[in-house]
Design a protein around this ligand. Sequence first.
Ligand SMILES: [Zn+2]
Length: 225
Amino acid sequence: MKGLGFQPNSLDAIRAKGSARRTFSDIQVAHGIVDGSGKRVLIEFNKDGTLSFSANATPDIIRICTDLNATPTGRQQLKNAINSPVRVSLQIQNVVKPYGSGGYVFGETPQGNSQNPKGNYSKYVDEKGRYGITEAKVTIYEGSIKRAIASGSRLKLECLTLEEAIGTVAAHELVHATDAVEIDKDLKYLQKNQNTDKKHRPDGEKKAETVEEQVMLELRKQNPR
Ligand SMILES: [Zn+2]
């Protein structure tokens, strides 16, 4: 962000530079889940319900994908990520991130890449005027999740197992990372409000929360507690 003409979260760069316009076929190249160096991780769905990973899958990727695979809705989110044109990186940090009074941030997914000014912060507009991203970095905060699953936390993840909760949070975050309709709306809102402190679309969590609730419903059905 050093003295750049554009805000990392703004799409101005895209408007200003014709080179940012990409054709749909450019964008259609599947990337899906990638390792730390941006290389695609291959994930196979085995007949017995388990997953197989290419050798470059990190322990965090294996853990998050396995947790997603535990429910039908989580598995669908995983498939969406695998088939997405967005390069999705997945990591877990064992930190506690407080939020508001008594709450926690469980996961975060910046759309695009604020460290990539030359590449328009990894954002683009396609020929139909839809806004999109070429990369998204999902971070899951395991420390926050551990606090929330503890009995008596009175938080929504209360009483899930750690892996169940990670799968739930990951399913939520993957909506922000790969849902093209949501990303288009998020980026257009950001663009419209770039000179204000409004950064988040008022209904920007709706879809992600619906997915998250569906995963929790399925977990409770599979494993009544
Ligand atoms: Zn969210």
